[in-house]
Design a protein around this ligand. Structure first.
Ligand SMILES: [Zn+2]
Length: 408
């Protein structure tokens, strides 16, 4: 009975979903790291939108950031009280990535356009699909005058795209908002079938590797020490450790193994006839949780020494990023409840998965809070002509309503 009322209230909100998405996309919430002014105005607009519709218990946890006008980045929590003791957090992010190459957009990225059941614009999927779904689920309870079983906490955070220093990391550091038995869903990643629930991440390690040799003329290479050549040898050796040192497989992840990839390459000498005396390249390492990052660094160090000896160079490294992530158990209550809700709404059996790493879930998991990342998403995030399906916003909203706690 309640289920029908809540679900039909969510379905009725289709037009209003487009309105909210349009409002949010019209305020570019781009990080100062990417040349933007932050998320403050977008947060203000969202707050007054919520208050205008009766969701009035909103608390701000702003994080200082002198780089933006006003000097603060917004983090805010809207609360809808529940009938019982349990609590559900739905955490979405306010920031968007820049539109990128404008000529690739068919429409204005900051003006939402609706066409054939989809909406187009920067942010409509990432992360406003999750944000809107969570808002309209809460609003449906409010409008129907039904108390959810669990207290609902809509958490809107800043700075997800650029590492969350001013977002959830700040919130975790400065405020004690979460309890270990809270259910936490981050509707910010998923697949088109809606059947993948992210519970774990690989450990992440990004390295900048500098090789120093001796520059000389290209005609007499023996008089120098070719830093680029040594670095090529090193890149192959480091990549080769995937098989020789870290061979484990884990079916939770795709791909199911540790990957050690040479990626970015900085320019060395500007001309062809010089043996380069210095070389810089980067490694992006996605490591199965069973291998500590230190064990990878130890193997890397052995390869550094071997290449130093063979090529007569000096190798140094800097850690650009290092994230080790505790996993949410595939049997955690939030996983079980979400599987039930997904099956009930979408008719698919969902499965827990692990991903390559670097999402916001790791911060919560490492702080001791089980969380899952899920949405029925077509994965157009960060692309030109980013889009979201209105049916998915409605469906995800129903899944969230079930998590809030109805009899079903
Ligand atoms: Zn996102």
């Amino acid at each position: 009975m309640n289920r029908e009322r809540i679900f039909s209230e969510i379905e009725k909100s289709r037009g209003e979903m487009v309105e909210l998405e349009s409002l949010l996309s019209s305020i570019p919430a781009i990080s100062p790291d990417s040349g933007g002014t932050g998320e403050w105005d977008k947060a203000l607009a969202l707050e007054s939108w919520l208050i205008g519709r009766g969701i009035t218990d909103i608390v701000w946890y702003p994080c200082p950031d002198p780089r933006v006008p006003g000097g603060k980045r917004p983090n805010l929590v809207a609360t809808l009280p529940g009938a019982g003791e349990g609590r559900l957090w739905l955490m979405s992010h306010l920031d968007v990535v820049p539109p990128g190459e404008m000529s690739l957009w068919k429409t204005d990225p900051f003006k939402v356009v609706e066409s054939e059941g989809r909406i187009y614009g920067r942010g409509v999927e990432d992360d406003q699909q999750g944000l809107s779904s969570s808002v309209f689920a809460a609003l449906a309870f409010h409008r129907c005058g039904i108390k959810p079983a669990r207290t609902v906490k809509l958490l809107f955070v800043a700075d997800e795209e650029m590492g969350s220093d001013y977002g959830v990391q700040y919130v975790l550091r400065e405020h004690s908002l979460f309890r270990p038995d809270d259910l936490i869903l981050i509707p910010d990643s998923g697949c088109s079938a809606g059947n993948e629930i992210e519970v774990a991440e690989k450990n992440l390690l990004w390295l900048k590797i500098t090789t120093k040799g001796k520059q000389c003329h290209g005609s007499v290479p023996d008089e120098g020490r070719n830093a680029f050549l040594a670095a090529c040898d090193l890149a192959l050796r480091l990549h080769g450790l995937e098989k020789s040192a870290f061979p484990a497989r884990d079916g939770l992840f795709l791909p199911d193994r540790t990957t050690l990839s040479p990626t970015k390459k900085e320019a060395n000498v500007p001309n062809v006839n010089t043996i380069p005396g210095e070389d810089v390249f980067y490694m992006d390492c996605r490591i199965l949780p069973e291998y500590p990052v230190d064990s990878v660094l130890a193997e890397f160090s052995k390869a550094f020494r071997a290449v130093e000896e063979e090529h007569g160079v000096k190798i140094g490294y800097e850690i650009e990023q290092r994230v080790e992530s505790r996993a949410t158990s595939p049997r955690a209550p939030v996983v079980t409840l979400l599987c039930e809700a997904i099956e009930s709404v979408y008719g698919v059996k969902a499965k827990p998965i692990g991903i390559g790493g670097g999402t916001v879930g790791a911060f919560l998991r490492n702080a001791g809070f089980d969380c899952v990342v899920w949405g029925k998403l077509d994965e157009t995030a960060h692309q030109p002509n980013e889009s979201a399906s209105l049916d998915n916003i409605i469906g995800d909203s129903k899944v969230m309503a079930l998590l809030m706690g109805l009899e079903y």
